[in-house]
Design a protein around this ligand. Structure first.
Ligand SMILES: NC(=O)c1ccc[n+]([C@@H]2O[C@H](COP(=O)([O-])OP(=O)(O)OC[C@H]3O[C@@H](n4cnc5c(N)ncnc54)[C@H](O)[C@@H]3O)[C@@H](O)[C@H]2O)c1
Length: 493
């Protein structure tokens, strides 16, 4: 069912008092579909519903990053009193002065909601009892051994739990492995709730609703990107759908948080696997020669059904695609299950920066300069086009590997990124971007296009550079100077 979930507040409260973790599937499909017509919310659930309905609910967004800040501003724009909680004091200070740091948030929108007193940021949880609906949007990284690190979720849940009161709804939005909501967050809330005679589903409410924001995407924004919601109990689901429905047009309810958690991993692993497939084919095309993977992908994309185009590149980046497969493979191992396919895809993608560095080495070898003395210019360090996010960016890995190979003169240009730091075993590199001019291009032995930002002048890059390693087919429309170009998947890489 894809719907504008606005179930009416009518239900029997007794059925909400289910014990946590008791059933794998707490809400049936029929119940979800019937929720709008058949149920009655009473007591605390009713209060939360009414506050959302008449826009008097106070919204709390925990973690004001790429996910949390846009969500907080959207709620404030709808007239909700919105509190942003972030442990980063600098971010909190900046926000309260109306200064934005997230590309997807409109500067004027932020200033407006701050000036109207609808949005405030705080750096602790001391006033969290005033909040009716929490969204938890904290990081979910992996450890050095690529195991899930849910310590940020745990810590946010504990802070909320310490001040838990009847009539509070928590919606976890951080991407994580199935059972985090019920296996990690729910016991923390129960530990504080039980001694105070509070029961989940009757007094307080918990759900998982994964985030789908695509930074830099102007077509699909918070309002027009459907979201999936899974509640621990039926009341949790109804309230979470109601809450998300305040800022999102289409809600897709599912039968449990676990389904929603797994669904998010499927979305991201789908991308990882398909990118790996095309990366592998790009390498094969390079080995064979005479076939360009880019032309192959373009041709395959003419099939109007059963195919979706993915393009190769220098590797994957951002906070999601490089991390999420490991959340699932870690969980699978607990069930004596090896996610071989998913792990292989992650490995293929992680090898791509090594291939790029091999290509750069060969590009240097074409010239009268040693690797150690070569000037290498990295064009684009953000993990994807037209964004400023460098987290897990393959560019950082490429720079690290080049430095490890002895390349001393590495520079970068990126209109969206103000600085990068890269480190190896015994060294650290802190770089600021240089401007792309005819002179800088000529002064570098190799230009390496790692991110195909729209702001670059590709005609200029083609004309002025000595040799270009193009990992994005960014020079596709530039007919001149092709003999300088080493294109990933183009047979000359
Ligand atoms: N960035 C994306 O495009 C994207 C898309 C979908 C899902 N996600 C998921 O959303 C979650 C958040 O990602 P993000 O990109 O917004 O992260 P981010 O690093 O941009 O922001 C996280 C914020 O949380 C704050 N924080 C950390 N611990 C905290 C705590 N205990 N209490 C309060 N604040 C705390 C940090 O200071 C930071 O400002 C992750 O699970 C990520 O996988 C991200």
């Amino acid at each position: 069912m894809s719907s504008q979930a606005q179930p009416s507040p009518q239900r029997d409260s007794n059925s909400e008092q289910r014990e946590p973790n008791s059933a794998m599937r707490k809400v049936t499909r029929k119940e979800i579909e019937g929720a709008a017509r058949t149920t009655t919310l009473t007591g605390s659930a009713r209060q939360v519903w009414d506050k959302l309905e008449n826009k008097t609910a106070t919204i709390g967004v925990v973690g004001l990053g790429y996910v949390g800040l846009p969500l907080a501003v959207e709620h404030a724009k709808k007239g909700f009193q919105t509190v942003g909680i972030d442990l980063n004091q600098e971010r909190v200070l900046r926000l309260n002065e109306g200064h934005n740091y997230i590309q997807d948030v409109d500067n004027e929108d932020l200033t407006d909601v701050v000036e109207r007193g609808l949005f405030t940021a705080v750096d602790d949880f001391s006033t969290s009892a005033d909040i009716d609906v929490f969204y938890i949007c904290v990081p979910t990284p992996v450890t050095a051994h690529k195991d899930p690190d849910v310590s940020y979720i745990r810590s946010a849940a504990e802070e909320i739990a310490k001040r838990l009161r009847p009539g509070q709804l928590l919606i976890l939005k951080s991407t994580t492995y199935p059972d985090t909501t019920e296996g990690v967050v729910q016991p923390i809330l129960a530990e504080y709730g039980r001694p105070n005679d509070m029961t989940l589903g009757r007094d307080y409410f918990l759900a998982f609703s994964p985030e789908r924001i695509d930074p830099g995407n102007e077509e699909f924004t918070t309002a027009n990107t459907p979201v999936v919601v899974g509640g621990v109990t039926e009341a949790c689901l109804e309230l979470a759908c109601k809450a998300m429905g305040q800022v999102v047009n289409h809600i897709h309810p599912v039968s449990s948080p676990k389904v929603a958690e797994m669904e998010k991993l499927l979305e991201n692993i789908f991308r990882s696997v398909n990118i790996a497939l095309v990366n592998e084919l790009a390498r094969l095309c390079d080995r064979m020669g005479g076939i360009s993977i880019w032309e192959v992908v373009e041709a395959a994309a003419t099939k109007p059904f059963g195919y979706m185009p993915f393009t190769p590149g220098p590797g994957i980046g951002g906070h999601c695609i490089p991390v999420d497969p490991y959340y699932l493979s870690w969980l699978a191992r607990r069930y004596d299950f090896e996610t071989s396919f998913i792990t292989l895809a992650a490995r293929i993608n992680e090898e791509m920066p090594y291939n790029v560095v091999d290509a750069v080495t060969r590009a240097v070898a074409r010239q009268a300069v040693s690797l150690a003395e070569a000037n290498v210019l990295i064009l684009g360090v953000a993990f994807k086009k037209d964004v400023d996010d460098v987290r897990h960016s393959p560019a950082l890995k490429v720079m690290e590997l080049l430095r490890d190979k002895g390349v001393k003169n590495i520079h970068f240009a990126d209109p969206h990124v103000k600085k990068v730091s890269v480190s190896g075993k015994n060294w650290e590199m802190h770089l600021e971007p240089i401007e792309v001019t005819d002179e800088t291009l000529r002064n570098h032995d190799v230009a390496v296009i790692l991110t195909d930002h729209s702001a670059f002048s590709y005609a200029q890059i083609a004309k002025q550079s000595n040799v270009i390693v193009d990992t994005r087919n960014a020079l596709e429309d530039i007919p001149h100077d092709r003999d300088k170009v080493m294109l990933l998947g183009g047979g000359s890489f």
